[in-house]
Design a protein around this ligand. Structure first.
Ligand code: AMP
Ligand code: GLY
Length: 423
């Protein structure tokens, strides 16, 4: 197949590594990609959010499948433009992508579909925010409505800080004040061709910057898959996945279809498992980063076939995707100053030695090659991905590898997957 992957993060690198691991050889193009992706795909100098440019390239290069990695091209309508031209594309159109692009839209769809989520109050000014905070009580959860790259949400016991956060976003529109949900978080991905839904294996993301879940929210500092502790509560991963498919994914996909905006691509359900049951905290309209780095290496079925079936409305002919028993752990290396003000342009050494650790590979997130070698070009620089037969093993080699990498001021968490390692 000739496949174009849009995006330049570690998630896109992980998608490309999975495509490359198939028996069938593919011609893979990435726009714009990064220095790590360059080793696994042909880089194309193309603005991934420009519907005309992407469509023209896909047409001229006889691309069989376009895979949209990040949310920006979805919101820009790249999926719509490709579908209009009859080019198979994995990624929803602009309207269905509002599930991620607007928290208010997502809440409305969940209400209409009867999907369990936290209570939320929309507030247009500071007085309404204060009233909503008092009604729902501490801890306070305040969310900006639109895309905010992980920075739109604050969870705090400090009422003044909650109001301050709301006031930063109010000039650009209403904010949501949400009921605090208590419990472990799970990221569960679903393929949807607009009608049929197929779940992947669950993962857990580490959203906060620091060990022990301290510090600011980030895009995600690490992840592991599968989640052995689901068994205690649900009897097994399959039981959990079936429950969420039935109660969350299928109703949402049916609702969007009924509204004339079918969702074709990846439905990411961000869940909190409260004592009262599973609740949705957010939807994304794309693969999660860094969860993809731990889910896809465990996928047994050829990814290209699943993505193409999703893009072309034939997912029903595929049974539930199968996953290896091997476990996966990923640790993200971030630049100094991430997430507020990442320092970029610094030299990155030791990546070859890290990738040589048995059972480890790297997914590059923000790297470029200069005459002097690799440099970091953004906040989340790369993901170290480790596979093992136990979490202790995978975690051990992930940290062995990341310690071989040298980036001045680089930051990473040291507790990724620690909770699933038995002492
Ligand atoms: P979101 O951007 O909606 O995924 O929120 C980012 C993070 O904030 C989530 O991963 C949770 O850790 C936390 N969060 C969001 N909403 C809630 C909530 N209602 N209750 C508790 N934590 C939340
Ligand atoms: N890791 C969270 C996300 O991709 O949104």
């Amino acid at each position: 197949m000739r496949i174009l992957v849009l995006g330049s993060g570690a998630r896109e690198h992980a998608i490309i590594v999975a495509l490359r691991s198939e028996d069938e050889p593919h011609a893979i193009f990435a726009a714009p990609g990064n220095a790590g992706i360059a080793a696994d795909a042909h880089l194309v100098d193309l603005d991934p959010t420009d519907p005309e440019a992407v469509t023209a390239f896909a047409h001229d290069e006889a691309i069989d499948l376009v895979v949209i990695g990040p949310e920006a091209p979805l919101i820009a309508g790249v999926g719509d433009a490709l579908r209009t031209r009859g080019i198979p594309v994995f990624g929803p159109g602009r309207a269905a992508a509002q599930l991620e692009g607007s928290k208010a839209f997502a809440k409305r769809v969940m209400d209409a579909a009867g999907v369990p989520t936290g209570r939320a109050i929309r507030a247009r000014d500071s007085a309404a925010v204060a009233a909503a905070l008092d009604e729902l009580g501490a801890p306070y959860v305040v969310k900006a409505d639109g895309l905010a790259a992980g920075k739109g949400v604050v969870v705090t016991d400090d009422r003044a800080a909650a109001i301050g956060h709301a006031e930063a976003f109010l000039p650009s529109g209403p904010v949501l004040v949400e009921e605090f949900l208590d419990g472990p978080e799970v990221s569960l991905f679903f393929l949807s061709d607009g009608d049929t839904v197929r779940a992947l294996s669950p993962a857990q993301d580490y959203k906060r910057l620091g060990d022990g879940d301290l510090g600011p929210n980030t895009g995600g500092m690490g992840a592991y898959s599968p989640l052995p502790w689901l068994s205690e509560r649900f009897g097994g991963e399959d039981e959990f996945v079936d429950l969420v498919t039935r109660e969350v994914a299928e109703p949402v996909i049916r609702q969007l279809d009924a509204e004339g905006t079918p969702f074709i691509g990846l439905l990411y359900a961000g869940l909190i498992l409260t004592d009262a049951g599973v609740r949705v905290i957010e939807f994304n309209a794309r693969f999660g980063d860094p969860e993809t780095q731990v889910v896809l290496p465990r996928l047994i079925d050829p990814l290209s076939q699943l993505l193409l079936a999703t893009a072309s409305g034939t997912l029903e002919s595929h049974s539930k995707p199968a996953f290896a028993e091997a476990v996966a752990v990923t640790v993200v290396l971030a630049s100094q100053g991430y997430p507020d003000a990442p320092v970029t342009g610094r030299a990155l050494h030791g990546t070859d030695a890290a990738a040589d650790v048995d059972g480890v590979h790297l997914a590059h997130g923000a790297t470029a090659r200069t005459d002097d070698g690799l440099i970091a070009t953004g906040g989340r620089v790369l993901s170290v991905v480790a596979l093992g037969s136990t979490f202790a093993e995978a975690r051990g080699i992930a940290y062995e590898a990341i310690e071989l990498i040298d980036l001045e001021g680089g930051q990473y968490r040291t507790d990724i997957a620690a909770r699933v390692v038995e002492d």
